[in-house]
Design a protein around this ligand. Structure first.
Ligand code: SAM
Length: 265
């Protein structure tokens, strides 16, 4: 996740360091795809194995056809396919699509961005976007595309680094200077919609767009995707065991998952 990409998925108590400079555009490419595949897929990341993948499988159970937006190397798509759904994943990055096809496991893949999907309207029973919209600039167009391809009554599961609690500049503060000492979670600038480029690992730069939660919920509502259920899970035990600095902050969620239903009319 952002910083949990620090692992990605979610910005750590310290978050990634904002950077700028020649070459550090933060765009997804072969290098960032390789970092993602190594650090967060194939069972190596406990947030995925213990929390994200089971949550997605549970929320989309029973959908005959599912679209995975920003599928990456396909870990979400494979789990949904193994559960019996007919899954198609899209991603604009060649290195992700290529690896997804190599890892196989049932889903089909198409190289495309979220804002322009080559699928018929009202063709999918379910859709999922897992830690993707933080990397998308044209958010309204992308959400409108999800709504377009879903059947009326279809389900959209939308997972984000928690937009309130994992803003750039957020983190666990252990202040031993004041008396008595205080520990608290600091929230960074929340209302400002802003892009930052973080060096998530040496020489690996990723661009994240922060938006307030209302920006997402209103874009979903405008597209006819209405909130049905919201998850703010505590970080899973396997993650806390690896990232001991998070243990004190374990009551602060790193992940937000929204299940939305497409209006019938
Ligand atoms: C953090 S990875 C998540 C991959 C996958 N959803 C998962 O959970 O394993 C973010 C993905 O978003 C993709 N992405 C970036 N810009 C995108 C866009 N405009 N439309 C769709 N996907 C995009 C990247 O190529 C990358 O594979």
């Amino acid at each position: 996740m952002s910083g949990p990409e620090g692992g990605e998925p979610v910005s750590g108590p310290e978050g990634g360091e904002p950077v700028s400079g020649p070459g550090a555009t933060g765009a997804w490419d072969t290098g960032t795809a390789g970092w993602w595949q190594r650090e967060f897929t194939d069972g190596v990341d406990p947030e995925y194995t213990e929390q994200i993948l089971p949550l997605i499988a549970g929320e989309l159970r029973g959908c005959a056809t599912i679209l995975d937006v920003g599928a990456g190397e396909g870990q979400v798509a494979r789990v949904l396919s193994a559960a019996g759904s007919n899954v198609v994943g899209i991603d604009p990055i060649d290195a992700q699509i290529h690896e997804a096809q190599r890892r196989a496991g049932g889903p089909q893949y198409v190289q495309a961005p979220a804002a322009s999907m080559p699928f018929a309207s009202e063709s999918m029973d379910g859709a999922v976007a897992c830690l993707v919209f933080e990397h998308i600039d044209d958010v309204d167009e992308a959400i409108a595309e999800v709504a377009r391809v879903l059947k009326p009554g279809g389900r959209f599961l939308f997972l984000l680094n928690h937009p309130l609690l994992q803003t750039p500049g957020s983190g666990w503060i252990d202040d031993q200077i004041i008396e008595p000492p205080e520990q608290y979670w600091r929230v960074g600038p929340y209302l400002t919609e802003a892009a930052t480029i973080e060096e998530v690992q040496k020489d690996v730069f990723i661009r994240f767009v922060h938006r307030p939660l209302s920006r997402y919920l209103n874009a979903l509502a405008d597209a006819g995707l209405m909130l049905e259920h919201m998850h703010e899970p505590a970080p899973p035990e396997g993650f806390l065991a690896q990232a001991r600095e998070f243990r004190d902050a374990a009551t602060i969620p790193r992940l937000l998952a929204l299940r939305c239903g497409k209006l019938l009319t």
